[in-house]
Design a protein around this ligand. Structure first.
Ligand SMILES: *Cc1c(COP(=O)(O)O)cnc(C)c1O
Length: 233
């Protein structure tokens, strides 16, 4: 069997993004984050050669190892659950932390960023399907959390992120994405300092066309580009 190259898969994903964007409510540009977790640096280099500018990782140790090996030629996104005691390893080297979902984590990011007089860009992760095993703030508590992050002058909150339920039910997915858009509008309406809601990071391999149609402007795609992950190796 002739395996498709990373470049060919990327091309297909880009076409699917473009197609979904034509049917989206906003018509906005969509930024692609290539999710490289579990995949070796050699594959990542192929993706970079094919034009990838942003990669996403969900584990601190793997992320820092890849940053060390690949260097600053690409932007790094922390997309996974983040323990406060690991913030120090990544906050200076990531373009965006997608998984800010509690005040205690914000407090640690603030502490580190203040010490080095930097600003850390974050997204508020919302547990839009209210799934107990998933990270993210409960949708009903999102505004309260944003308000409680107002103390933190070195955090720039740039938008929202969610991981939708792993379901084929298109109606349920659309519902989740629409609720994200509503929460975003609510937060925008509060006109908080250091908060803009420009980014809506939603959509993965199984649901990104629907997410884009509903207004996502940042998708995080792994398996459609790199193939299935093998967690057991
Ligand atoms: C793994 C992961 C993705 C990508 O998932 P695929 O289904 O492989 O596209 C996106 N977002 C988060 C937070 C992830 O952990």
């Amino acid at each position: 069997m002739m395996a498709e190259t990373i470049g060919e898969r990327l091309q297909r994903v880009r076409e699917e993004i473009e197609e979904a964007r034509r049917h989206s409510l906003t018509g906005e540009e969509v930024q692609l984050i290539a999710v490289t977790k579990t995949h070796p640096v050699s594959l990542i280099r192929e993706a970079l050669a094919a034009g990838v500018t942003d990669i996403g990782e969900n584990k601190v140790q793997e992320l820092t190892g890849k940053i060390e090996e690949i260097g600053p030629q690409v932007r790094y996104h922390m997309i996974g659950n983040l323990q406060s005691n690991k913030v120090k390893y990544i906050y200076e080297n990531v373009a965006l932390i997608h998984s800010l979902d509690r005040r205690s984590l914000g407090k640690e990011i603030e502490k580190r960023a203040a010490q080095t007089d930097t600003t850390v860009s974050c997204l508020l992760q919302v547990n839009i399907g209210r799934e107990p095993q998933k990270g993210g703030v409960d949708p009903d508590d999102a505004i309260k959390l944003v308000e409680s992050l107002q103390d933190f002058q070195h955090i720039h909150l740039k938008g929202l992120m969610c991981v939708a339920p792993n379901t084929e039910d298109e109606g349920e997915l659309r519902n989740c994405f629409r609720n994200m858009v509503k929460i975003r509008e609510q937060i925008q309406g509060m006109h908080y300092d250091r908060v803009d809601m420009d980014i809506l990071s939603m959509g993965m391999s199984h649901d990104f066309p629907i997410a884009i149609q509903e207004g996502s402007n940042m998708v995080r795609i792994g398996s459609h580009i790199f193939g299935a992950r093998n967690y057991n190796k």
